[in-house]
Design a protein around this ligand. Structure first.
Ligand code: AR6
Length: 168
């Protein structure tokens, strides 16, 4: 798997699947979640509601998939990051699960390219350096014959700097 780093708005990047830093309600919110729902349109929310009616809320660390509406992608993989609570071990494991479960789901869908935002590092206040190390480690250790490229999309300068250093 090739790993790429891009800076900018994840809704503008062409991929098979976009990962979304959602919340367990799956009903949208601010940050990257808000941007994805705004750019993707109503269809994504409708499908999220169907998932909720079928299986209830999405647990932290798990992932579900919808189509991507108007985004330049086929799928949105909604995953729920942990809210940082100073329990490093527990939060780290849950964040690692987000990447693992999203990649597994992507693979099962035949996805060749997937983009990830910096899950949990916004409103959920996960320390950025620690989150980036987990993200890079999980992607590096995921072996896939289907996924060809993973793109880390950083929105803020701090994350971009951290990822640049870790990926060098
Ligand atoms: N493209 C790429 N990255 C973005 C974009 C964008 N358009 N907008 C923000 N980011 P956050 P969380 C970055 O807060 O911490 C939502 O309300 C941002 O700079 O979106 O997982 C959900 O509904 C940060 O690095 O997600 C949940 O309630 C990263 O995306 C809650 O926030 C994640 O920040 C989830 O919190």
């Amino acid at each position: 798997m090739k790993i790429e780093l891009l800076k900018g708005d994840i809704t503008q990047i062409n991929v098979d699947a976009v990962a979304n830093a959602a919340n367990s309600s799956l009903l949208g919110g601010g940050g990257v979640d808000g941007a994805i729902h705004r750019a993707g349109g109503q269809k994504i929310l409708e499908e999220c509601k169907e998932i909720r009616n079928r299986q209830g809320k999405c647990k932290t660390g798990e992932a579900v998939v919808t189509t991507a509406g108007n985004l330049p992608a086929k799928y949105v993989i909604h995953t729920v990051g942990p809210i940082w609570n100073n329990n490093e071990e527990e939060c780290s494991e849950l964040l690692a699960n987000c990447y693992k479960n999203s990649l597994k789901l992507a693979e099962s869908l035949g996805v060749k390219t997937i983009s990830f935002p910096n899950i949990s590092t916004g409103v959920y206040r996960f320390p950025k350096e620690r989150a980036a190390k987990i993200a890079v480690k999980e992607v590096n250790s995921f072996e896939s014959e289907i996924i060809e490229k993973v793109i880390f999309v950083c929105f803020d300068d701090e994350n971009e700097k951290i990822y640049k250093r870790l990926l060098e």
